[in-house]
Design a protein around this ligand. Structure first.
Ligand SMILES: [Zn+2]
Length: 328
């Protein structure tokens, strides 16, 4: 399955997970300590994590990211890269769905549909930017056959979603396209960093659990899940079985690892573009992004695409850097 999804060796994948785990351990421990101190608890429990992040959301976020302005603003961000959604075959609809959002290539280059959950605030805009990344990919994919347009490496496609979503956490985009003050932009970035420290570990834990469950389905899966969670997330799960109602394991088997790799793709592409174009991206940056990334499908492997577009194969270094506390 991993090979089919363009990931290749499970050993290399797990090694990159370990690298993330080891190299973000210090900032993650700092986060847990901060949660413990701010919530005045002796020991951080799984339910404290979500609660803590709910307290970090600034009042300005609901006001600064109204749902009805999200699509025009996302189009404005795309326009700053020279992409005109008004002329792309992409339609966006908000619907009552049970997941964040989805983008569907009805016909590559001809008809693309984005379906969005009725979220509000920053979460809606972040998700819509991600879906817009898929929309650009399915519109610009320029491989010579349907099979090559449809046969892209899955983490690469998700990575293009993150290339767009991460735009929101660039100060110049947050202030110009979304009207935040410099301080608000900094708060939004810092919360993304802290939440991502946790989210990536949770996704890695869920993904490792899935691999180990398939490797030996007869084992005690509750004990396995608890062991993996305490290793990666550092909290005690008290023998509960949240894995049993996680719909991902049935509707998208062996998919979760692609979200971790996608985040690596996103940060590595942003880093490479900053090196090449500086912080102020424009239509030239967009043209490069389109040529090296959005137009790619299944002709090259994930590492080949990253090598050609960023000068090195996919690696977690830039994502790990993004998780470290900013230098004041
Ligand atoms: Zn996606």
């Amino acid at each position: 399955m991993l090979e089919y999804k363009g990931i290749g060796s499970q050993k290399a994948l797990l090694a990159s997970f370990e690298q993330v785990h080891a190299q973000t351990e210090a900032p993650y421990r700092q986060l847990l300590e901060r949660i413990r101190a701010e919530l005045k608890v002796e020991k951080v429990e799984p339910w404290d994590l979500d609660y803590f992040f709910s307290t970090l959301t600034g009042d300005f976020e609901q006001k600064s990211f109204p749902q009805e302005q999200a699509w025009p603003r996302v189009q404005q961000v795309a326009a700053s890269l020279g992409y005109d959604f008004g002329r792309l075959p992409v339609e966006m609809k908000i619907a009552d769905i049970t997941f964040g959002g989805g983008t569907y290539p009805i016909l590559y280059g001809k008809e693309v549909k984005i379906l969005m959950n009725k979220y509000t605030g920053l979460r809606f805009t972040d998700t819509l930017l991600h879906e817009a990344g898929h929309g650009l990919h399915y519109s610009f994919s320029n491989e010579p056959s349907f099979l090559l347009r449809a046969g892209y490496p899955e983490p690469f496609d998700e990575g293009l979603g993150q290339v767009m979503a991460l735009m929101l956490y660039r100060s110049e985009v947050a202030t110009r396209a979304f009207g935040l003050s410099a301080e608000q932009a900094r708060l939004v970035q810092e919360r993304y960093r802290l939440k991502n420290l946790l989210d990536l570990r949770e996704t890695i834990a869920d993904s490792v659990f899935e691999f180990e469950a398939y490797a030996n389905p007869g084992q005690d899966l509750d004990a396995l899940y608890n062991r993996i969670c305490s290793r990666y997330i550092g909290v005690e799960m008290h023998g509960t079985r949240p894995w049993a109602f996680d719909p991902f394991y049935s509707t998208g088997p062996i998919y979760l690892q692609s979200y971790v790799l996608a985040e690596m793709v996103g940060w590595q592409v942003h880093h490479a573009l900053d090196q090449k174009f500086g912080r102020a991206w424009d239509a030239r940056t967009g043209a490069y992004l389109r040529e090296k990334f959005f137009s790619r499908g299944g002709l090259l492997t994930l590492d080949q695409i990253m090598q050609e577009g960023t000068g090195e194969p996919l690696n977690p270094r830039y994502m790990i850097d993004s998780l470290k506390p900013p230098i004041p």
